[in-house]
Design a protein around this ligand. Structure first.
Ligand code: SF4
Ligand code: SF4
Length: 423
């Protein structure tokens, strides 16, 4: 398959990784698309076989294998299961980039992955404007009308919760924040990564993150020049654009502080900037990054969270458990919430079907995967679902609403807030 010789995103780059697969099939039972579709080509082993054949020039029409790669969630459950250490995510992302360069995704999906991701989601100002417009349309009843007239696809209308108010969407103040009076400072400063969608969609999570860090004695620096991490672009086969965003973030977080984030998908991408950029600066940046639960579990809570007498289930985001190996820390923190009873769901590490914008691009498969997820969460009898990624929060929340048994879907950090001081 022809590739630009000066691009790092060629199938030749990931070819040696495909040879690590010994075809044992131990990854198959963990793969959500194989569980749902039952087809070898929609399994990790099958996809690796196809990508290896492509790299060896044995595939007559490279685009013919694309639907199988497009249906992959890039959830990396197969990496956790694999005894041979196959770096599946790297193989997939490199191959997707090569195929996308050869023939860009056509139609509305192409518009979504090229135009919307790059020109709107990755530009904070435009994203804020888009949310303001969506909120206005909602208030005027136009969203309801558009859904009724089928001007927006049904699955999109169902996934999207009400757009938060302007007050809820307000961005975090940038600059340096110090622990409030009465809190013993730790003498530690961290930098906070605020993300793209997290800010307008779940501003409350960013505010809780800042608040919990300050209440636990950290100084928090929120750099103004930071931006989207580029994860969605990497998943969509556009690493060149993701590299521009990564380089800007490396420059924005130039200090020595730990870079904290509260989004599993972003956190995984930030830690992998070394691979994406192929530079020592990218590697050094990746080593500084921590999920907020990772930081707080390692450093210890000094502020006792407010009492929450609820039965809660924690659902592992793929890019936290499989991508970053963070599993025990969120649970450890939740067990410190007074009154909270933490229960486990069956197969908590299975993907929920969100996977960035997968639920918009592959709605049928995402619907089946999402339904299995909420069935297992509901079987625990939990009153609250807790997770650590905005995409998972949206997907689980939409399936819970559709099931007729909505339950609050919260981020771990929201449950770690200490009681408010009496007013
Ligand atoms: S990344 Fe997830 S969906 Fe893709 S092959 Fe691996 S387990 Fe299956
Ligand atoms: S578990 Fe690893 S080696 Fe075995 S088939 Fe899956 S990817 Fe290949």
């Amino acid at each position: 398959m022809a590739s630009s010789p000066d691009s790092p995103d060629t199938v030749a780059r990931s070819y040696p990784r495909t040879l690590d697969c010994v075809h044992c099939g131990l990854c198959l039972p963990t793969c959500p698309t194989y569980q749902v579709l039952g087809v070898e080509a929609d399994s990790p082993r099958g996809r690796i076989y196809l990508m290896r054949a492509l790299a060896e020039g044995r595939v007559e029409d490279p685009q013919a294998i694309r639907p199988f790669l497009d249906r992959c969630l890039d959830c990396r459950a197969c990496e956790t299961a694999c005894p041979s250490g196959v770096r599946y995510g790297e193989i997939l992302e490199t191959t997707r980039a090569a195929l996308e360069r050869q023939q860009p995704t056509p139609g509305p999906k192409g518009f979504l992955v090229r135009t919307m991701l790059w020109h709107v989601v990755a530009r904070q100002g435009r994203l804020r404007f888009a949310f303001a417009m969506m909120r206005a349309a909602e208030v005027l009843g136009l969203r309801w009308l558009a859904a009724k007239l089928r001007l927006i696809p049904r699955h999109m209308a169902e996934i999207a919760p009400p757009v938060p108010t302007a007050r809820e969407r307000r961005p975090l103040p940038t600059g340096l924040h110090k622990p409030p009076p009465g809190v013993t400072p730790r003498g530690r400063r961290v930098a906070l990564f605020t993300g793209c969608i997290m800010e307008p969609m779940f501003g409350r999570v960013n505010r809780a993150t800042l608040d919990v860090l300050l209440q636990n004695g950290f100084e928090v620096h929120v750099p103004k020049a930071q931006g989207c991490c580029g994860a969605l672009l990497v998943h969509a086969g556009q690493p060149e654009r993701a590299r521009q965003l990564a380089a800007a973030n490396v420059a924005a977080f130039a200090g020595d502080e730990i870079v904290v984030n509260n989004s599993a998908g972003c956190g995984c991408a930030l830690k992998e900037y070394g691979h994406l950029l192929g530079t020592p600066e990218g590697e050094a940046f990746g080593r500084k990054c921590r999920d907020v639960t990772e930081l707080l579990a390692a450093e210890g809570l000094t502020a006792t969270p407010a009492e929450r007498p609820v039965r809660a289930v924690y659902d592992d985001p793929c890019h936290l458990c499989h991508g970053q190996g963070v599993r025990s820390q969120p649970r450890e923190l939740l067990r410190q919430v007074p009154g909270l009873q933490l229960v486990e769901a069956e197969r908590a590490e299975d993907c929920c079907g969100s996977a960035g914008i997968y639920n918009l691009l592959q709605p049928d498969v995402a619907q089946q995967i999402g339904q299995r997820k909420v069935d297992r969460l509901q079987a625990t009898g939990a009153e609250v679902v807790v997770t650590a990624n905005p995409g998972c929060m949206l997907q689980i929340d939409s399936h819970l609403r559709r099931s007729g048994h909505p339950a609050p879907t919260l981020h771990v950090i929201e449950l770690l807030r200490p009681p408010s001081p009496p007013t």
